[in-house]
Design a protein around this ligand. Structure first.
Ligand code: ADE
Length: 224
């Protein structure tokens, strides 16, 4: 898989992808990740990429020219072009799974007041938001989406079970709490059932605890 990130802040996008599992996945050749500076496709001496919004309003809007030129240079017949924007559909694990099947992703990072809408109409296949809050730009969002996709590539996780098991878990339920040693810490004990060796009881406890946690933390997930 190849992932090209087009942003005004390539270092910001790459920093979270330069360590740990993301670093190993790239070193192993599972994915090639490149971040490009949008200003490289500006056509004037000052490397301008934005202008005032037509009809007035706050801030600056990314111009279509540099974004079209960047995508046209990087695009292949199999590319999927994604715009990171708080106006997009909210990124979910199911989307990460679908996108992990693609061969080439081009992630465009918005900035300022957004991007000229002709980019969205003519160039973009999918608009993605990583949540209902506004970041200063899309570079961090692109890194988040990239991480969630790359960890699903076969061989990316050391223990292959981790992502396989996840795909069988109920998307309407959070995971049950987990514990490790010591069995007693500052007067707080690991639930006895988890130390009982009774696998049926342990599964029942996990199912109940997962439902309770979902009700408390994410009642919007429903089906509890
Ligand atoms: N750019 C700014 N905020 C964002 C968000 N929540 N998701 C994706 N891109 C963004």
């Amino acid at each position: 898989m190849k992932i090209d990130i087009i942003t005004l802040f390539p270092d910001m996008a790459l920093a979270p992808l330069s360590d740990s599992i993301m670093k190993r996945a790239q070193a192993a050749g599972l994915v090639e990740i490149q971040a490009h500076n949008l200003r490289d496709w500006a056509t004037d001496k000052r490397r301008t990429v934005d202008d005032a919004p037509c009809g007035g309003g706050q801030g600056m809007v990314l111009m279509p020219g540099p974004l079209f030129a960047a995508v046209e240079e990087l695009k292949t017949p199999h590319s999927k072009v994604i715009l990171m924007t708080p106006q997009g559909t909210v990124f979910q694990q199911a989307t990460a799974r679908e996108l992990s099947e693609e061969t080439h992703l081009i992630l465009l990072c918005g900035h300022y007041e957004g991007v000229d809408h002709r980019v969205i109409e003519q160039l973009v296949d999918l608009e993605l938001s990583i949540g209902d809050y506004v970041l200063t730009n899309g570079a961090i969002a692109a890194a988040v989406v990239t991480d969630a996709i790359v960890r699903l590539l076969p061989g990316a996780l050391g223990d292959a079970r981790s992502s396989v098991e996840e795909s069988f878990t109920d998307p309407h339920l959070l995971e049950a709490p987990v514990y490790t040693k010591p069995n007693s810490f500052r007067g707080h004990d690991v639930p006895a059932v988890l130390l009982s060796g009774d696998h049926k009881k342990i599964l029942e406890w996990k199912s109940h605890a997962a439902k309770q946690r979902t009700q408390e933390n994410r009642p919007d997930l429903g089906e509890c």
